[in-house]
Design a protein around this ligand. Structure first.
Ligand SMILES: Nc1ncnc2c1ncn2[C@@H]1O[C@H](COP(=O)(O)OP(=O)(O)OP(=O)(O)O)[C@@H](O)[C@H]1O
Length: 728
């Protein structure tokens, strides 16, 4: 708007209007016509205003009814989806009707379970979503909401949440619904998208690149840490949050995130999710006087599959992953059970999963658990375990535990509410259509009397103000946690900040490494840091060193076979130090890429970089995705699970260092590129410079050797070369 509403534009539009007016109306009729139009316009404007008021009232009523409905049905709702069975298999579970399912036990015994909704094996993705949609509307009303997919591995959780191209799941449909309802609403909404996974108790941002594809232009993403804001809201420090303006943008980010998920093949599922995948949509409303909150969250979580180790026969990494998933699922069950039983203590702190969701699981939030079961007879034990979980999550009781009268009364009340809501929705649609028609009329009338310049300027102000407030929202919801806002005792310690990569450059890489002692005896810890430091003796070269340490549930002695590989970043090694040294040229190349995509990389703080990126309001999604594309296109020297070692080469001193680099990186593309580049630039001027700087070169060699020693000492196998060869 700002770009278009220039004085020149306004003048040209006015010119056109004037020309049209003089063509259409004879001079003596002009004044009469004009005053007539003005009266009609103000009439229509008045009508539109009344209709908007009407919509507002209807919205308030709808919101209240929806809330009453949730109160009646319960803020924690449990649905059950039975996955299709392969032909010829015995069924142990069957849907009786839309609320009940029967499970056939041994000796011809059976049990009937009631749920808020039961989806039989042939239920479509659309049918499932239509039951979930009210929760999406609640999220737009300002309530925090969580949708979980729970169940035994291979029962279709990912199918329900993610779906396929042909049968899109809950997440794409929910995003679509959010944008659709937001467009229908008379409020302006802002949506921000984040995606993370919890893998063996470790939080991983799914929108920042995987180290395997990171190559040289992305710094290692900083650790995510869970913080509690003084207002009680949970924040995940360093999590990338990107504003999305339409379905397409959100879907592109979602697909990007899905590509980074940790998956592996197991006995039960060829593409088993080995983590909890969490999608967060933050919703802000610009003028949200009637909303529950100014900014709220909608979480959609594809939980890792519960599994019985005896059945899956998992070993090594798979076993540990299963154990971590089961532990956190059990913590989630405890939390939901405690909430349901109105216990005073809610054990949120027992797992990362419940810590992250702390402010979105509770009385003031809407929770939906989609329990998945397999009808296969051989899965009977797991199905019973799943049903036990559901029973704890909500009083999903055996039939007859709730008296028939109570049930019938509830049903009547629910139906009444649903009918009222439908009526309101119907009226709302009518009013919206009416407004649309009036606006069209208004459009036609105003074309004859063009707005004055001052009116236009006012309009542009409104737009800019809106944009300004958007940005303010963006800042509120996106930028890093302002630590000054926290009472001192709540601020992270220097140590924890340094673990999350925010400590800056005060410490050198080695120091940093030594400041991360192995945490023996602790369950699952993971930390990483990325620091930049000048290389001794040179002023223009910087090294970026990332120190990551995992001491997860895996014992260091555990041996993993090749088929044990989970598609996960290399940070899962027990302890790893990664160093990349950049040339000035290399850095400037990288910087130019960052500049190109609006990324301002600060050596001091990588964490802030991510957030600064996310606060850029314009085409951030494009920038972000483009950067990813770029990252994967750059053919760097990274080996799988290894990081680049590119020795810095100042312009004029390239040759000597280049030789060292070449020796080190014989196989690497970067090495090759450097050599090619150096040969090309070996003109008379550079030869002269070489002679002139021979003494400095010696010094450089010395420095390079120092650097090499440093690397060798840390991890000689980074380059797949024996330390002795490196020393040579
Ligand atoms: N309702 C369904 N209709 C069609 N196919 C389904 C359905 N449910 C599951 N499947 C298929 O079953 C297979 C396993 O499903 P999926 O990967 O979603 O299971 P999961 O519960 O997410 O497993 P895990 O916990 O191991 O990740 C997939 O090939 C999926 O397409």
């Amino acid at each position: 708007m700002k770009t278009h509403l220039t004085c020149k534009w306004v003048d040209s539009v006015r010119g056109i209007m004037k020309a049209l007016q003089s063509q259409q109306l004879p001079d003596d009729n002009k004044t009469y016509e004009k005053s007539n139009n003005e009266a009609a316009i103000s009439n229509i404007k008045g009508e539109v205003e009344v209709l908007y008021d009407c919509i507002k009232k209807l919205n308030v009523q709808r919101r209240k009814l929806l809330n009453d409905l949730f109160d009646l049905k319960g803020n924690i709702r449990v649905f059950c989806r039975i996955r299709p069975i392969s032909i010829g298999n015995q069924k142990s579970v069957e849907a009786l009707d839309s609320n009940e399912m029967i499970i056939n036990l041994v000796d011809n015994k059976s049990k009937i379970y009631s749920f808020d909704k039961v989806f039989h094996p042939s239920s479509s993705q659309g049918e499932v979503f239509s039951e979930i949609e009210p929760i999406i509307k609640s999220a737009l009303d300002g309530y925090n909401a969580c949708i979980f997919a729970y169940g035994q591995t291979g029962t279709g959780k990912t199918f329900t949440m993610e779906g396929t191209e042909e049968f899109p799941g809950v997440v794409p449909r929910a995003i679509e619904a959010l944008f659709k309802h937001a467009a229908d609403s008379n409020h302006a909404f802002l949506f921000s998208f984040s995606m993370l996974e919890i893998y063996m108790g470790y939080l991983k941002d799914l929108l920042t690149p995987h180290s395997q594809t990171t190559k040289s232009i992305f710094p290692l993403p900083p650790c995510l840490s869970i913080q509690t804001h003084p207002n009680g809201e949970t924040e995940i420090e360093n999590l990338v949050t990107i504003q999305v303006n339409d379905l397409n943008q959100a879907m592109r980010l979602y697909k990007l995130g899905c590509g980074f998920r940790s998956t592996a093949s197991t006995n039960s599922n060829r593409t088993s999710s080995r983590s909890h995948c969490m999608i967060r949509i933050s919703i802000s409303s610009v003028r949200a006087s009637k909303r529950r909150r100014l900014t709220n969250k909608l979480w959609m979580v594809d939980l890792g599959g519960s599994e019985r180790v005896l059945k899956t026969k998992a070993l090594g990494r798979r076993f540990e992953e299963g154990k971590a998933i089961n532990l956190s699922l059990s913590s989630l069950g405890d939390v939901i059970h405690a909430l349901q039983s109105k216990k005073r203590h809610i054990p949120y702190r027992n797992s990362k999963l419940t810590q992250v969701l702390k402010d979105s699981l509770g009385d003031d939030s809407k929770t939906l658990m989609l329990v998945h079961v397999s009808p296969h007879e051989e899965d009977l034990c797991e199905t019973l375990c799943t049903l036990n979980f559901a029973t704890r999550a909500k009083r999903v009781q055996l039939r007859n535990e709730e008296s028939t009268e109570v049930k019938a009364e509830k049903e009547v009340a629910i139906n009444n509410l649903l009918q009222k809501m439908n009526r309101i929705e119907y009226n709302r649609n009518d009013v919206t259509q009416e407004i649309k028609k009036l606006n069209e009329k208004l459009g036609k009338l105003t074309i004859i009397s063009p707005p004055s310049l001052t009116e236009l300027v006012d309009l542009s102000d409104v737009c800019i103000e809106g944009l300004g407030s958007n940005m303010r929202f963006q800042k509120d919801s996106v930028t890093s946690t302002p630590l000054a806002d926290f009472p001192r005792f709540m601020r992270p310690t220097v140590c924890s900040r340094s673990k999350s990569g925010n400590a800056g450059v005060e410490s050198q890489a080695l120091k940093s490494r030594s400041s991360l002692p192995p945490r023996k005896g602790k369950g699952s810890t993971h930390c990483a840091k990325s620091v930049g430091f000048p290389i001794e003796g040179t002023s223009e070269c910087y090294s970026e060193s990332s120190v990551s340490r995992t001491s997860c549930l895996i014992s260091p002695t555990t041996k993993f076979s090749a088929d044990n590989e989970t598609e996960f970043s290399e940070e899962t090694s027990d302890s790893d130090t990664k160093v990349a040294v950049f040339t000035k040229q290399h850095l400037s190349e990288r910087d130019s890429i960052h500049k190109k995509f609006n990324l301002r990389l600060s050596k001091k703080n990588h964490a802030n970089t991510m957030q600064r990126v996310s606060t850029q309001n314009h085409s951030k999604v494009d920038n972000w995705l483009q950067l990813h594309k770029c990252a994967s296109n750059i053919n760097s020297s990274t080996h799988k699970n290894k990081r680049i070692l590119a020795i810095p080469i100042p312009e004029n001193k390239a040759r000597v260092r280049g030789r060292i680099v070449a020796d080190l990186h014989d196989e690497t593309v970067q090495g090759k590129e450097l050599r090619t580049r150096n040969t090309k630039h070996r003109d008379a001027k550079s030869v002269h410079m070489e002679n002139h700087l021979s003494s400095e070169l010696e010094e450089e060699v010395h420095v390079s050797h120092a650097v090499l020693k440093h690397f060798i000492a840390m991890r000689s196998h980074i380059l797949h070369v024996q330390p002795a060869i490196l020393m040579q």
